[in-house]
Design a protein around this ligand. Structure first.
Ligand code: ATP
Length: 568
């Protein structure tokens, strides 16, 4: 993007066009404007823009025509569509058609500036100051705690309450004092006193739980590997999921991730964040089902000092912590109806009101949510608000259970084994025996990838030797999906080879940057192991590797392997 972004504004109402132009000019952008689809296309044909802001309804067509044109011509302009009030279906249509974001009439100019800035990958100074005057580590703490909880020592079955509960402590670990500034918005008419259900000092307030500074200071979870790289699997289903991730990462469209527990919904959410322009900003993961109902509002929107007994300082909520980044609401189907309404309002207004505050503050958050429930059925049963469902479900990604993509079992096992063996300092990485692989292939994995991880964790601890056999897996006989000889979706012999391969070969780790050095290293380690096994007898070690003594000598000299005085 150029240093001085150029925008195209498309609206047929001259007054509105002028208003948008004045607002954007004041932000320092360069502008062109058009009143019809035809004029806009002519301008687009003659030059490139950084963003296009278009009204939905135009005299000779609509904003979607422009979106389609941009798509067909492979153009990179981000589009913001302005839709009429009360027509959420237009907004959804625009997002599905590839709009970066949308605004609803009458357009709030503060939101307008914020959305345009966000489309340009910028954050307006006013919103940054309003939301996070002194920065925040809350998101990092939330993420760290959640990850630690999930990576906790192996449990026999996934998705236990303990995991979720462990997360709660950290998820709410807003880094206080957040010293929230006076909001930039004028007070709303419906300012209400803090809810009667607000937490008191005697309640087990999640917000009051602190983590030691050391925990907060931990590096980002993804480290150098992005979540997309961590998402292993080459099944058709996973390839489709990956394609969707790349696609949805380009806009602000809300995404609903649907799938059983442990399938990788959070990993997919992280991947969307990592691929998007929001990557440098926080990714805040929240488990909605783990927060007591009376604390939800304070946890989500923050609170002001004195808002309730025990509120000794201002604290930011998840929305403020995720400002500029991505808020991932896991188990959204567990939110009580009252909180659903508040969440809907926050999404519509793009602003939140901390408990005890008199006015709202703008928040710029991309929302991703996940559930293992059938939300449409929840709507039909009256347990989930239809309007909220509509807003969250603009794009849906189904993450299939592992048993529906058993082709992924081999590469995922290879990756997981190499990671946990590396973490535990176990070398070489123990391999699954053919029998163990065949047994895994017959298992139905009710706990999906998380269960596979836990199984391999335990197996590695139990195996002791080089190979992991069926007994080490501890698979419950009753859960084995079928008899011996059941159709296994891969050739076990090939699979054993794949699992035995280093992750760089199976595609589950980045390629080596210097192949010669990498191969020398592998060769050196193999020769050293063989020599160790044969008490430094070069002839025997060479023979075990199919090498003559001469070849062995040559290779040892080349790789500078010396046995000291005791060469045999
Ligand atoms: N395709 C995959 N490749 C490698 N690891 C994966 C994959 N899918 C999931 N995992 C790992 O499995 C574990 C569970 O994944 P994740 O927490 O994303 O699942 P989830 O669907 O969000 O679960 P829940 O619904 O219980 O919150 C994580 O450790 C994650 O890194």
């Amino acid at each position: 993007m150029s240093a001085d972004p150029r925008l195209l504004v498309v609206d047929d109402e001259p007054d509105l066009r002028t208003l948008y132009e004045m607002t954007l000019l004041r932000e320092g952008y360069t502008l062109d404007s058009a009143g019809t689809v035809e004029d806009a296309l002519e301008l687009l044909g003659s030059r490139r823009y950084d963003a296009v802001i278009t009204d939905m309804r135009l005299p000779d067509g609509n904003g979607l025509d422009l979106l389609r044109w941009l798509e067909q011509h492979g153009r990179t302009e981000r589009a913001v569509v302005i839709t009429a009030y009360g027509s959420p279906e237009n907004a959804v249509e625009a997002l599905k058609a590839g709009a970066f974001d949308y605004l609803t009439k009458p357009v709030d100019l503060r939101q307008f500036r914020m959305v345009v800035a966000s489309a340009l990958g910028r954050v307006t100074r006013a919103e940054e100051m309003a939301v996070r005057p002194s920065g925040s580590a809350a998101s990092a703490a939330a993420n760290v705690a959640r990850e630690q909880a999930k990576a906790a020592p192996p449990v026999s079955m996934p998705g236990t309450g303990a995991v979720k509960d462990a997360f709660r402590d950290g998820a709410s670990d807003a880094d206080g004092p957040a010293s929230l500034r006076d909001p930039v918005m004028p007070p709303l008419t419906q300012t209400s006193p803090p809810p009667a259900s607000a937490p008191t000092a005697t309640e087990p307030s999640a917000a009051a739980v602190r983590k030691p500074a050391a925990t907060r200071a931990k590096p980002p979870l993804t480290g150098s590997t992005s979540a997309l790289e961590r998402l292993v699997g080459d099944s058709v289903a996973m390839r489709q999921v990956r394609e969707l991730i790349e696609k949805v990462a380009r806009s602000m469209a809300p995404v609903l991730l649907n799938g059983e527990s442990g399938t990788g919904k959070e990993l997919v959410a992280r991947a969307i964040h990592d691929v998007s322009a929001r990557r440098p900003q926080p990714f805040v993961a929240v488990n909605c089902g783990a927060i007591p109902e009376q604390l939800l509002e304070a946890e989500f929107f923050g609170y002001r000092k004195g808002a309730f007994t025990g509120a000794t300082e201002d604290r930011e909520g998840f929305f403020q912590a995720a400002h500029g980044g991505t808020l991932f609401l896991d188990e959204i189907g567990d939110l009580p109806l009252a909180m659903q309404s508040k969440l809907l309002r926050a999404l519509q207004e793009r602003s939140v009101r901390p408990v005890g505050a008199v006015a709202e503050m703008p928040v710029n958050v991309r929302l991703l949510s996940a559930t293992h429930k059938d939300l449409a059925a929840e709507v039909a049963a009256g347990r989930f608000r239809q309007d909220l469902y509509y807003r969250l479900n603009v794009i849906q990604i189904r993450v299939p259970p592992l048993r529906e993509r058993m082709e992924d079992l081999v590469p995922i096992s290879a990756r997981v084994l190499s990671r946990i063996a590396g973490d535990a300092g176990v070398e070489p990485v123990p391999q699954l025996t053919p029998a163990a692989l065949a047994a895994l292939a017959r298992y139905s994995f009710p706990g999906n990838v998380r269960e596979l991880e836990n199984l391999l964790h335990r197996a590695l601890a139990l195996s002791g030797g080089d190979g992991i056999d069926v007994a080490d897996l501890g698979l419950p006989d009753s859960l084995l999906g079928g008899p011996e000889g059941v159709d296994i979706p891969f050739d076990v012999a090939d699979a054993v080879e794949v699992v035995a391969m280093p992750p760089e070969v199976t595609g589950s780790a980045p390629l080596p940057t210097d192949l010669a050095v990498y191969l020398d290293d592998v060769e050196r380690r193999i020769l050293l192991r063989a020599l160790e096994q044969h008490r430094n007898n070069r002839t025997a070690a060479g023979a075990s590797l199919g090498l003559s003594l001469r070849q062995m000598r040559y290779r040892m000299a080349r790789l500078e392997i010396s046995l000291g005085g005791e060469e045999a």
